[in-house]
Design a protein around this ligand. Structure first.
Ligand SMILES: NC(=O)c1ccc[n+]([C@@H]2O[C@H](COP(=O)([O-])OP(=O)(O)OC[C@H]3O[C@@H](n4cnc5c(N)ncnc54)[C@H](OP(=O)(O)O)[C@@H]3O)[C@@H](O)[C@H]2O)c1
Length: 365
């Protein structure tokens, strides 16, 4: 039994488990369930990779029942085969059902929306990326019906593209948006379910580059503000001291110089005002400095995942700005590891504080 917080006895299904995020997820899940009595179902097209992963998983969790299902989820019969495997699985006393709808494709990003004229091509994309996720989910829910003591969690691996358009990614954005709404409806219809759409790493490198650039600018300007406020503070201190000296001497000269006294008094008051405003400036520059540091920290964490999907994005995207931004993030070594994103998802699922149907981004956690 694992000594890390986990899901107890669970039936876990991961689609697209052969590589990338799905593979990292499978390895993490293996450490998060009670190996004895839990079942891990891995689905993808690459049989060899699934079996290699199965070997890897059973090396660390020898008692875990790992089932590999070689399935092309764009095919109806393969979706049904995964459901059959779930139906045949003995899982009467499990605490958790976790279905990770992770498998997806980027689609042809080498063309713009105007170039998609073949209905069959678009249907085929949506059939795998949208329809199969719905039918697999409903099939699994029927195979493992609700009962007292069982928590059923459906996770849709989503993307920022579900809520934001990107040039030349028309299929991907459409699929992710449709999928996310589909799971929101499911959450509304089935209040006993826990449904989460999780975006594992943003796919907007151009925006992140801009964010990093703007936070660097903010950082530089706050440094300048900080330095100038320090100078202002020092000079106001000097002014304050000299006005005090002047004030004292004017007192001595009071009888002979009433005019001098009045002017020194004014000088004293204005130096006090200057002192107060420099203090305020100093405080606000400190706040600005802190917030810019936080901005840099956040933008440094804003990276897409280092997977085959990102490789395709930076090598094939028709849109120059999208393609070059993807390449820049890769060249700068800014890609996020799947493991880092998986561990955030685990945290969310184990804490269970999310609203069913919600969209959560890696950077929200
Ligand atoms: N990479 C990113 O930066 C990023 C950002 C946001 C969201 N996401 C999302 O995260 C999830 C995982 O992405 P990833 O980057 O790990 O992608 P990936 O490296 O391309 O892996 C995709 C997985 O899906 C499987 N798959 C593809 N077509 C399939 C089919 N027809 N039937 C069954 N399985 C199929 C692949 O296995 P086989 O080839 O063996 O079938 C593979 O295991 C996806 O939902 C993606 O949209 C990724």
């Amino acid at each position: 039994m694992s000594d890390v917080p986990g899901f107890g006895k669970a039936l876990v299904i991961i689609t697209g488990a052969s590589r990338g995020f799905g593979r990292a997820l499978a390895l993490e899940i293996a450490a998060r369930v009670d190996a004895a009595g839990s079942v891990l179902v891995l689905a993808a097209r690459s049989e060899d990779k699934l079996h290699e992963l199965q070997t890897h998983v059973t090396r660390v969790a020898s008692e875990l029942n790992v089932r590999c299902v070689t399935a092309d989820l764009s095919r109806k019969e393969d979706v049904e085969r995964v459901i059959t495997v779930i139906r045949e699985t003995q899982c009467a006393d499990i605490d958790h059902l976790l279905l990770f709808n992770n498998a997806a494709s980027l689609g042809d990003v080498s063309r713009y929306g105007r170039d998609f004229t073949d209905v069959d091509e678009v249907d085929s994309y949506l059939s795998f990326n949208v329809s199969s996720a719905l039918c697999l989910t409903t099939g699994v829910l029927r195979a493992v019906p609700r009962r007292v003591g069982l928590t059923r969690v459906i996770i849709n691996i989503s993307s920022l593209c579900a809520i934001k358009p990107f040039a030349s990614w028309i299929l991907y954005c459409t699929g992710k948006a449709a999928r996310e709404m589909m799971f929101r409806v499911l959450a509304k219809e089935e209040p006993d379910l826990r449904v989460l759409s999780y975006a594992p790493g943003t796919t907007t490198p151009r925006e992140q580059a801009l964010m990093l650039f703007s936070s660097l600018l903010l950082f530089t300007s706050s440094l300048l503000l900080f330095t100038s406020s320090l100078l202002l503070f020092t000079s106001s201190l000097l002014l304050f001291t000299s006005s005090l000296l002047l004030f004292t001497s004017s007192l001595l000269l009071f009888t002979s110089s009433l005019l001098l006294f009045t002017s020194s008094l004014l000088l004293f008051i204005s130096s006090l005002l200057l002192f107060t405003s420099s203090l305020l400036l100093f405080t606000s520059s400190l706040l600005l400095f802190t917030s810019s540091l936080l901005g840099i920290k956040a933008s440094a964490k804003s990276r897409p995942l280092d997977t085959d999907m990102q490789l395709q994005a930076r090598s094939s995207s028709a849109d120059d700005s999208v393609r070059s931004a993807c390449s820049a993030v890769h060249a700068q070594g800014q890609l996020l590891t799947c493991e880092a994103s998986v561990s955030k998802l685990m945290k969310v699922l184990l804490e269970g504080n999310f609203t069913s149907g919600a969209h959560l981004d890696f950077y929200d956690v």
